[in-house]
Ligand binder design. Structure first.
Ligand code: DLZ
Length: 292
């Protein structure tokens, strides 16, 4: 139920607020979304797990007690109920836990004074999705993840660069070298079969596939490309192991070089990041399902 803590420190004057903002900006704090209304001004500064917010003016509800610490919650009414019960059991005066009241900033809050003079504001936005991403998204930390990289030798001048890019992304994102298995296959045609073998071992969390098909130089280009992409997709779907697609399809060698670290980034690097992200998404979705 508890989501986060915001420490609020009122500045005595607008000049003091400016000074604090300058100081915390100079220290490298990331500024949050500032706000201003008829009564007050706020300048939040973000930390990964908390924020320290300077305000000036009547805040948060004029005429009421001002809490020093704000705690954002979900299911505010349940939190209030628990706080009331606790206050009753511990013999606190009835007004130690105030009523849940509307604020003037699209939220509801109650103020708790569990010990005299120490005020906590528990609050919840009216819109539960306010400022929060509603999508499940993967992080890019590969710490503790195991990968298979299947790379075609055909057009090795390109695929070696794709492999370098992929390794660079995996290792820089925290994967350990011993957790990355590289499998070299003759050409793109062999990628799906090798990827499937690796996935079936269940010893990898994701597979990065790397190859290059050059239209100008490949007989039956369409047929090979269709089969390679279908096979990689099929292996991914049937095994449930994420497979990222780093098989370039280009008209010329020059175009392929551009996509392997020259003018248009390195598609091996991008494919590796996609694999990391998919492992994390898979874990998050599984964790959410287990929570239900
Ligand atoms: C045969 C062939 C051709 C013509 N072109 C390519 C290509 O552009 N990229 C690639 O990765 N592989 C190519 N191959 C090789 C096939 O993928 C396969 O390795 C061989 O036909 C052996 O099965």
């Amino acid at each position: 139920m508890i989501k986060g803590i915001t420490l609020v420190r009122p500045a005595a004057t607008p000049a003091e607020l400016e000074k604090l903002m300058g100081f915390f900006t100079a220290l490298g704090f990331e500024a949050g979304k500032g706000w201003q209304d008829a009564r007050s001004t706020g300048a939040p500064f973000l930390a990964p797990l908390a924020s320290l917010e300077f305000v000036h003016g009547a805040w948060p509800v004029s005429g009421e007690k001002t809490p020093e610490v704000l705690i954002e919650a979900t299911s505010l009414d349940s939190v209030h109920h628990i706080a009331k019960g606790w206050a009753e059991r511990t013999g606190l005066p009835a007004d130690a836990i105030g009523p849940v009241a509307e604020t003037h900033w699209k939220s509801r809050m109650f103020i708790a004074e569990p010990v005299q003079g120490m005020l906590f504001g528990f609050w919840e936005f009216d819109n539960p999705f306010h400022g929060k991403p509603i999508a499940v998204e993967g992080d890019l930390s590969a710490d503790g993840m195991r990968f298979g990289v299947v790379v075609a030798r055909w057009n090795a001048v390109i695929t070696d660069r794709l492999l370098q890019g992929a390794l660079d992304a995996l290792l820089r994102s925290g994967a350990r070298r011993e957790d990355v298995k590289i499998v070299r296959v003759p050409g793109a045609w062999e990628i799906p079969a090798a990827a499937r073998m690796l996935a079936d071992t269940r010893q990898v969390d994701a597979i990065v596939t790397l190859g290059v098909l050059l239209r100008g130089e490949t007989a039956h280009y369409e047929a090979i490309y269709n089969e390679v992409s279908r096979g990689i997709g099929q292996s991914q779907q049937e095994t449930g192991v994420p497979h990222s697609f780093g098989v370039l399809t280009c008209e010329t060698l020059e175009q392929a070089l551009d996509r392997a670290g020259l003018k248009m980034g390195n598609k091996g690097f991008e494919a590796a990041l996609a694999a990391i992200e998919m492992v994390d998404i898979q874990r998050k979705i599984a964790a959410k399902a287990a929570d239900r």
